[in-house]
Write a protein that binds this ligand. Structure first.
Ligand code: CA
Length: 136
């Protein structure tokens, strides 16, 4: 099962995302600040990280930059309340694969998660059963 780490300090949003992704068949873990994100990423492997930008401790950009510097290959989708083009570019330059601007619909978020996994399906963390069915 694909594992998703949700890094979001607003618990109602975090819980909504967790329920939606769990319902879509993903296994989810939640942390609520940047330092906890850095800690769990040292210990566990995830296939995708949903990373809020504005976090207590260290912000989402820094979390993303750090994990990419360490060679962590998981997909990263930034969650941002900011709408300025410069912030989106900053997010992508730190190594994020996509971003979603708040407020977002969970339906859109789940669709983007699914799309990211499809896009990276050549990577080791892709769903192997999909490869099999494509080859047949
Ligand atoms: Ca936040």
């Amino acid at each position: 099962m694909l594992r998703v780490l949700i890094v979001e300090d607003e618990r109602p949003i975090s819980e909504l995302i967790r329920m939606s992704l769990t319902g879509a068949g993903y296994q989810c873990a939640c942390v609520y600040d940047g330092l906890a994100a850095a800690d769990i990423l040292e210990q566990e492997t995830f296939d995708l990280i949903l990373l809020d930008v504005m976090l207590p401790g260290i912000d989402g950009y820094e979390v993303c930059r750090t994990l990419r510097a360490k060679g962590y290959a998981a997909g990263v989708i930034m969650l941002t309340a900011r709408t300025q083009e410069a912030d989106k570019v900053t997010g992508l330059m730190t190594g994020a694969d996509d971003y979603v601007t708040k407020p977002f619909s969970v339906v859109e978020l789940v669709a983007r998660v699914d799309a990211l996994f499809r896009r990276v399906s050549g990577n080791p963390f892709a769903r192997s059963e999909e490869h099999t069915s494509e080859l047949q």
